[in-house]
Design a protein around this ligand. Structure first.
Ligand SMILES: Cc1ncc(COP(=O)(O)O)c(C=O)c1O
Length: 487
């Protein structure tokens, strides 16, 4: 193990941070997570980790709110992963079948389709002799890549090859899709919010100048980074405003947090109300969050859109005939009962996802209470993104985005650090600056940002640097400290 020398906790933390700085200079989430986990491995109680994904082993065995969650979650994961060896044995007698990578694909598709039907009340099916509506990929990010390919191809079908497709991104937004757009040479229009809570809405669409042609929107019913729920009426109004203006647009709804949300069956319930939705919406899903299996890489794309489907079908057919056998075997272990009519088991699995979501909320609540308790003067008195900054009790995912105080920002600036880094070095609470979710250097570098000269965008990005995105997926909930133990 590296020797980070002697000194105060803060001295050590600065040295650890410096040791990772060059390697992860273009990956702030990784830089912060590595620093935090190294500090924790040395026995310091750094609070949050910048990576949001969670792991069942971080659920305490004696969790006060849900004492059986760790066991129940483990009891789902272990047999699902063991399912892999069952498959291998089954295939051993037919070694060639091993290399036919679509072996369990129809069953996996049915399981995902069943899960959406049972839990969310939305029907997507792959019927014989009809174009597919459900596609399974290696993770939500790959499903997103497929969605962008679909949008790019639909643009070429509609308008030729002179100009690339333009994707509208209400910010703050999950950063990977912005980089995927840059990698694919797509243009982006980054749309700052009007709402103080930074939820996108139809009023933002009206601000886009005449003449901008939008091919798709990337939005999230539960937002990363803010963790906030986009209320269904507001989401629907946003989509309607886009389709009223650009009827050809695709709407990519990244819904990876929906199934663990307490109101999972309400957030997308408007989908069947208007025929335009079926023809424009692409849903993205993943098991990374709801099942804590990021390493498995399992995600899905669900759409009924005929005009967006062409590029997706071809991508799925060309790049892979289906995801790996290993992933298929585990996924069937995790979500198979949604397809096989085992109603009770299926209900139990839905409850388990929601319990995981609830646990994350509580974990976030305890960690934020502790952070505000210990570092009060580092937090601004106005917290527009935390609907209830006293109890921190709100729905959503594992994220929280507090605003840092003037004191925190001044102290950081005096030492030449960004507010987020200064805050971490003093407090041990690691996060990612919100402005990292409000732009992408590669879009700019290649001249792909349509509104690059927008003063409003620059001003919002600057404002966003006062906020830090904390995520608590990997940080176990703190044990309640006795008053006497507190500093
Ligand atoms: C909104 C959103 N979509 C997709 C993903 C990626 O999903 P996966 O791990 O399945 O690629 C994430 C991961 O952070 C996310 O926050």
């Amino acid at each position: 193990m590296n020797d980070y020398g002697e000194g105060t906790e803060q001295d050590v933390r600065i040295r650890v941070f410096e040791s990772f700085k060059d390697v992860f200079s273009s990956a702030p989430i990784r830089l912060m997570s590595r620093t935090v986990s190294t500090m924790r491995s040395m026995g310091y109680d750094d609070l949050a980790s910048a990576i949001g994904d969670l792991d069942w082993r971080t659920v305490p065995a004696d969790d006060q709110e849900d004492p059986f969650l760790r066991d129940d979650w483990e009891a789902l994961l272990v047999p699902a992963f063991n399912n892999m060896s069952g498959w291998l044995h089954q295939l051993a007698s037919r070694p060639l079948a091993y290399n036919l990578d679509s072996l369990g694909y129809p069953a996996v598709v049915e399981a995902w389709s069943g899960m959406w039907q049972v839990q969310l009340g939305l029907e997507f099916k792959n019927k014989s002799a009809a174009p597919p509506e459900v596609f399974i990929f290696h993770g939500g990010n790959q499903a997103l890549q497929a969605a962008f390919i679909g949008v790019a191809e639909a643009r070429r079908d509609r308008a030729g090859t002179d100009t690339p497709a333009t994707v509208l991104v209400p910010i703050p937004s999950f950063s990977c899709p912005m980089d995927q757009m840059a990698l694919q040479g797509m243009q982006a229009y980054l749309l700052p919010p009007t709402d103080p809570g930074m939820d996108p809405g139809p009023e933002d669409i009206a601000k886009i100048p005449e003449g901008v042609d939008i091919d798709a929107v990337y939005a999230m019913p539960v937002n990363n980074p803010t963790g906030r729920t986009l209320e269904p009426d507001r989401l629907r109004a946003l989509i309607e405003a886009v389709l009223d203006r650009w009827p050809h647009a695709g709407i990519i709804l990244d819904s990876v947090y929906v199934r663990m949300h307490p109101r999972y069956n309400r957030l997308l319930a408007w989908f069947d109300d208007d025929a335009r939705f079926a023809d424009s919406i692409i849903f993205i899903d993943s098991l990374s969050k709801s099942h804590g299996v990021t390493g498995l890489r399992s995600g899905a794309l669900l759409t009924r859109s005929s005009r967006l489907r062409g590029g997706i079908v071809r991508y799925a057919q060309n790049v892979m005939a289906g995801p790996s056998n290993a992933m298929q075997a585990v996924v069937l272990g995790l979500i198979g009962p949604h397809a096989s009519g085992e109603e009770e088991f299926s209900d139990y699995l839905i409850r388990l996802q929601v319990r995981i979501g609830k646990h994350l909320q509580r974990r976030r609540q305890l960690l934020l209470e502790e952070a505000f308790d210990r570092w009060r003067e580092y937090f601004h008195k106005d917290q527009p993104l935390l609907p209830d900054p006293k109890t921190f009790d709100w729905e959503g995912s594992m994220y929280a985005v507090p605003q840092l105080s003037d004191l925190c920002r001044t102290k950081a600036a005096e030492r030449g650090f960004s507010p987020t880094v200064g805050f971490y070095l003093d407090s041990g609470i690691g996060g990612v600056p919100l402005d990292g979710f409000c732009g992408n250097p590669n879009l700019e570098r290649h001249g792909l940002l349509v509104n690059h000269d927008s003063e409003e965008l620059r001003a919002f990005q600057k404002y966003a640097s006062r906020f830090v995105r904390l995520s608590f997926g990997m940080t176990p909930p703190p044990k309640r400290r006795r008053v006497a133990d507190r500093d």
